[in-house]
Write a protein that binds this ligand. Sequence first.
Ligand code: VGL
Ligand code: ZN
Length: 190
Amino acid sequence: MIEPTDHDALLVVDVQKDFLPGGALAVPDGDAVVPVLNRYLETFRRRGLPVFATRDWHPPDHCSFRERGGPWPAHCVAGTPGAEFPPELELPTEADVVSKATEPEREAYSGFEGTDLETRLKRRGVRRLFVGGLATEYCVLNTVRDAIRRGFEVFLLTDAIRAVNPEDGRKALEEMRRLGARFVTLADLA
Ligand code: VGL
Ligand code: ZN
């Protein structure tokens, strides 16, 4: 059992409409993370612990888009419906929202890259991060790697992540375990 307590925070990575079925860059089964994350959100809310949410927040001409020679269809353009959090995700109003990959010429899969996420976490006294969201082998992997590099202890919510590609998702899990992330599910939480 793991009991979230002082110095713990929940970090929801890029759970946005464009990454869900029907979205511009839908992650297979991506919507399955929403009800599970709602249960983690409830656990953190009940304990008065902080919740952070990253969002992919691209300019319309972002370098990762196909029309610019990048790998992805246009997605999560800042201020558009596709960039919104789905209404089913029960983020508290006081959740700390971090926008990333906002510069046209820079890709940023990690929530720490080009943002003040680390500052905000430290200001709140966070030492351990419980991380779930989308997609496993892109923004979750890179956010977890950067969190560990910066000295945070990471609990990966393995029932609240989904991959774009299953094989790459498995490799990302191996990599995160190798880096020292601990794997947890709802059943492990007190
Ligand atoms: C992501 C691909 C492109 C992610 C963001 O959030 O994992 N993946 N942009
Ligand atoms: Zn993106």
